[in-house]
Write a protein that binds this ligand. Sequence first.
Ligand SMILES: *Cc1c(COP(=O)(O)O)cnc(C)c1O
Length: 419
Amino acid sequence: MHKSAAMSVIEAMLKNQERLTTSHYIALEDEFGAKNYKPLDVVLARGQGIWVWDVEGNKYLDCLSAYSAVNQGHCHPKIVATMIAQAQKLTLTSRAFRNDQLGLFYKEICELTDSHMVLPMNSGAEAVESVLKAVRKWGYRVKGVPEGQAEIIVCENNFHGRTVTIVGFSSEAQYRDGYAPFTPGFIRVPFGDAEAMEKAITPRTVAVLVEPIQGEGGIIVPPADYLATVRRMCDREGIIMVTDEIQTGLGRTGRMLAEEHYGVQADVTLIGKALSGGVYPISAVLSNKEVLGVFHPGDHGSTYGGNPLACAVARTAMRVLVEEGMIENADRVGGYFLEQLRGIKSSVVKEVRGRGLLIGLELVPQAGGARRFCEALRTKGLLCKETHDHVIRFAPPLIIQRPEVDWALERIADVLKTN
Ligand SMILES: *Cc1c(COP(=O)(O)O)cnc(C)c1O
């Protein structure tokens, strides 16, 4: 293998047990890693609560929470303790056998989310894929749609993950580019427009798949009556309503599920990300009995899905979310954060929107994109990530308190006024 000069330096340092610095870690990633991300050049080594530290010892407020996977805060002591204890007892059995965590996980998550049946998976994308299979089978076996003709309605500007099928119904050109051919059977309609959705319904429609608030799409909040209208339409037409709450769920918007803001219960809800508080990949399809009831032994599966380590961690992650009042805190502190952000007078701000601690600040096009603002915020000790080109997302762990929000606001206002 050809070795670059940077790699020779790093190898010598490793041999001499010298401490690598930021540029060395970046060089390692650049040398060997696929380039499918463009991270900020900060190399993190430690996290506690809302704070993270880089390899140089600089401290930052985490305003991304790993895309809302770390709602409970970094390295929550109770979640980590469960992780360690369970890792020493039993980690993986596969579903060929039963384990003593799975049933309790099912019971607790059903009680917390008012669901009847659960399918555990690992990543968010797998939960989405699983529900696509379930609603198609439901369409053929229950609704009576002719085999092979099921249609699923999705929204423009959606984000549901990165598999070939999922990017196939994305409206984002880059997510699709170069990955065809795609899975047929998806119809896209504008987000937030229930009328357009209704027009897209045919006798072959089996489900609609919608995010209560579009996260990756730029923190887009739909009209207040949107989800309730979709709910009524699905009831009327005999269509399964699926909400993807992988980002909005588990307290992020100030409710256990974001759909609660709208007084709506979907037939199927997808959760992931914060289900483990960021320490282990686990996702779940939460459903009524009718939809997940279509699966019979052998119809679907996953080697790691429902493993005892994931289930034990998820049980504690859900418990602390509730016990420690994180959901109410997200509602209260999030409302304050949003209101204060709206109060910042700056010519580069177009709009501030969101719910709970899922907040997007959209810049005017002339501001030159959100990336350089994120770079500037980093130098002040705030880690934020742009979503799309012009939106800065503020989504700190749900345990953030007002004084810490004030600390952040001071720096955000400064960056918005001087850039
Ligand atoms: C992150 C996300 C996904 C995909 O989850 P992965 O674990 O990255 O596969 C799906 N839907 C929404 C709304 C998300 O935010």
